[in-house]
Write a protein that binds this ligand. Sequence first.
Ligand code: FAD
Length: 337
Amino acid sequence: MEKGGQMEIWVFAEQRGGELHKVSLELLGKAKELASKGGRVTAVLPGHDVKAISRSLINHGADRVLLADDPRLGIYRIIPYSLLLGGMIQDHRPDIFLMGATAMGVELAPRVAAKVKTGLSAHCIDLSLDSQGRLLQVVPGWGGGVVATVSCPEHRPQMATVMPGAMKALPPKEREGEIFEVAVELPDENLGPEVIEITQEKPQGLPLEKAEVVVAGGWGIGSRENWQLIQELASLLGGAVGATRPPVDEGWALEGQMIGQSGKTIRPRLYIGIGISGVMHHVVGMEGSDHIIAINSDPNAEIFETADVIVVEDFKKIIPPLIREIKNRLKKQGSSD
Ligand SMILES: Cc1cc2nc3c(=O)[nH]c(=O)nc-3n(C[C@H](O)[C@H](O)[C@H](O)COP(=O)(O)OP(=O)(O)OC[C@H]3O[C@@H](n4cnc5c(N)ncnc54)[C@H](O)[C@@H]3O)c2cc1C
């Protein structure tokens, strides 16, 4: 699995419109750590007119960048991207290939894995090497509560998608690295539908990943009307609204507000979880918060195991008076200024 003692670790450099996704930088940090006992970190960068990003990839840990520049790769499409990556893997045979568990990564990774006939661990939250240099991939279990460590002893590359925010990017510094432009060989047709226009949904309020305070609500909130309490509390605290899967399914919250395995990973200074049971799928996305307050009417709620402060109570008895109290204090503060 190693070539001349040198392990080849590849990281997919995900960009849209020339803007790198932060998970790619986080993966480079982890790849650098994995390569510390003898390995080379390669960032694979498909796109069009994106050479300028290569420097940032090197400064965040890539020893080299394989740049695939072609107008047909300018806007992400699964067919050209998977053909390109599959071909590059077959040509260079890396030992490990890592991608972000982003919308792009979760679509692309299985297609690439199937093309090169290897396995894939999805939504990993940690990676390490065993004594034989095999990649150990930590994935949250399906039923919640279970974390499994898996490895793929037979096939190469060992592929994993990793949750954004689960790993830390290295602080950027001027580093030596090489940039290679690879030949892009794609068929002239059958590359899938052409993208004519992309419109972006306007973000509502403070982005979850940047907020220092997150007020998250779960299924226990019970209704769209009650959900307004979550929004009001978040706004009064200058924070962002987060959610578990059920409020998103009900349409109370947006998909982009979901925290957890299939949502975002956050590390705010304060997380307040209200009416949330604390299933592993959610907890993996918020357990890195500095301070965790959980409000749940069930004294045995799992979320209490992760929380610093627990409140066993019906949220309807806690949140409205809390909102009133914050408003009163803000009013007093305003009148004394
Ligand atoms: C592959 C996979 C990926 C998933 N990814 C995610 C993910 O990324 N994020 C995510 O969140 N989920 C995810 N899920 C869903 C996850 O398994 C849980 O179903 C979900 O997190 C549960 O949400 P909840 O805690 O809001 O609801 P529940 O588990 O139903 O908990 C509701 C809680 O509210 C409490 N409650 C009820 N009434 C009140 C009240 N009046 N006051 C106070 N407390 C009250 C209850 O005691 C209970 O603990 C995923 C599932 C799968 C299979």
